[in-house]
Design a binder for this molecule. Structure first.
Ligand code: DUC
Ligand code: ZN
Ligand code: ZN
Length: 475
């Protein structure tokens, strides 16, 4: 039996096992696992390397409209290129609806941005900002049927925040259609109240962004989102959790048997509020929501990963250039943190940070790493077992890692569209050296060899996690 490619001599790890074997690839799929697999057009020597499922980053923002005058730093080309260099074979960006827009049109627009421009595979979550009768009654159910099987709702932000009633209506459609709801949980009114007070007191520097969004703001909204989901009897994913109190809300719900899931991100493991204290607006580089907090919150997020309260580790890559009037240094941002665009880059550094800080420092095992960065994303968002694992019949989406390579993270190493990395100077051990999407290398031995357009859009099944418990009759 002849293969297109054989990856030979590596140590393969999945979410369940670690084993030595060769991988035979044919037609973009994994066709055989074993040894002495025979002939192939391309024999890849992976001896001394780890061979892992390619990372799936299920929380990234690309080419998303922002406030007037603000431009996101990554489009689908640069964002998916950076993703590939970071060991990822798939990303799930958001298709953002703005008030008054047709959701169907929004999806068309995002396809136009993505089609032919991606280096790794992509699929879209929907952001619902305007849950009109037409959106709820027609567009959303039709889009779920068409493979857009997850949507995000925001509890804060001008133009995005939904009322509790609107959240309930969206959740109800999710229940009826089998879609999975993702929630950005922060209390909008509390943030506005605190922001007004801080500004009146002249506390407008980036560091006050953290003060305007303290832990109770996130804890309360997390509790409320879970309660609303419980009322409707719909599973819910609380994204980008930053601290113990919000995590405890999720854990309590899980212990009650509710289908509540959690996600955390690198910024909550290795950054703190102190990073926002830089002089001359340097702190703007770290403005994201929820904000990084303190060492105790970092510990809590590790605990959440270790105890499986969080099933997903995503980047929340939301890139803006720093030294740019259309980015972090927008003139208005100098008048108040309120106007500094929220979000930081991280699609290229997510995996090395968790590998080094987690696996390397003995906080999590290698198989947990694979689960948190690939397999669980595929399972959560209707992609498994096509994606997210190394198994016969799965897409050959594979990252080859040098587990011992020491790297100091630096902007000069990055391939994203921003002009900085918030992780500058962080020393990590372990780095992805090659990334293959459906059997074709995108990055090989650290060099870009894939073509723009090699990444494809992937329509998703419904999430197996999204089924309602059935214990509450649907009203
Ligand atoms: N929420 C996100 O999910 N990403 C970036 C900014 C935000 O508030
Ligand atoms: Zn969010
Ligand atoms: Zn996000």
């Amino acid at each position: 039996m002849r293969f297109d490619t054989i990856i030979r001599g590596g140590t393969v790890a999945t979410a369940a096992d670690t084993f030595a074997c060769d991988i035979g690839i044919r037609g973009g799929k994994i066709a055989a696992l074993g040894d002495h697999l025979g002939e192939a057009g391309d024999i890849v020597d992976a001896s001394g390397k780890l061979v892992l499922p390619g990372g799936i980053d299920s929380h990234v923002h690309l080419s998303q409209p922002s406030a007037p005058g603000i431009v996101m730093a990554d489009d689908f080309e640069s964002g998916t290129r950076a993703a590939a260099f970071g060991g990822n074979t798939m990303v799930l960006p958001f298709a953002l609806q703005q008030k008054g827009e047709s959701l169907r049109q929004v999806v068309k627009d995002y396809h136009a941005k993505a089609d032919g421009n991606c280096y790794v595979d992509v699929s879209f979550h929907l952001i619902i900002a305007d849950p009109s009768d037409r959106v709820l009654g027609q567009e959303l159910p039709a889009l779920v049927n068409d493979g857009y099987t997850s949507f995000k709702v925001f509890m804060t932000y001008d133009g995005l925040a939904l009322s509790d009633l609107e959240m309930l209506n969206v959740m109800s459609v999710a229940r009826e259609t089998g879609a999975l709801v993702m929630v950005h949980a922060e209390n909008y009114d509390a943030i506005r109240f605190l922001t007004d007070r801080l500004e009146r007191a002249g506390n407008t520097a980036p560091q006050f962004h953290v003060v305007s969004r303290p832990i109770p703001v996130e804890r309360e909204a997390t509790h409320r989102a879970i309660s609303l989901a419980e009322l409707v009897d719909v599973p819910v994913m609380i994204v980008h959790v930053s601290n113990r109190e919000a995590m405890d809300e999720i854990r309590r719900a899980q212990r009650k048997g509710l289908k509540v899931y959690g996600e955390t991100c690198p910024q909550y493991l290795v950054l703190t509020a102190r990073d926002l204290e830089g002089l001359n607006m340097e702190g703007a580089k770290y403005v994201c929501s929820p904000p990084p907090r303190d060492a105790a919150s970092q510990e809590a997020c590790w605990e959440g990963l270790q105890q499986k309260v969080f099933s997903l580790f995503s980047s929340d890559h939301c890139p803006f250039r720093y030294d740019d009037p259309h980015g972090k240094l927008t003139p208005r941002g100098k008048t108040s943190f309120r106007w500094v665009p929220n979000g930081i880059p991280g699609v290229e550094t997510r995996l090395p940070i968790l590998f080094s800080e987690g696996v390397g420092k003995g906080r999590i095992g290698l198989n947990d790493f694979v689960a948190l960065t690939a397999t669980n994303h595929a399972k959560t968002y209707g992609l498994y077992p096509r994606k997210g694992t190394i198994a016969v019949g799965s897409d050959a989406d594979i990252a080859i890692w040098d587990g011992g390579r020491e790297v100091t993270i630096a902007q000069t190493l990055m391939h994203h569209g921003t002009d900085y990395t918030p992780y500058e100077g962080l020393r990590v051990t372990g780095w992805p050296v090659s990334t293959m999407v459906r059997g074709r290398f995108v990055v090989r031995d650290g060099r870009l060899v894939g073509a723009k357009g090699g990444g494809a859009y992937v329509s998703r099944d419904k999430s197996p996690l999204a089924a309602p418990s059935g214990r509450v009759p649907h009203v």
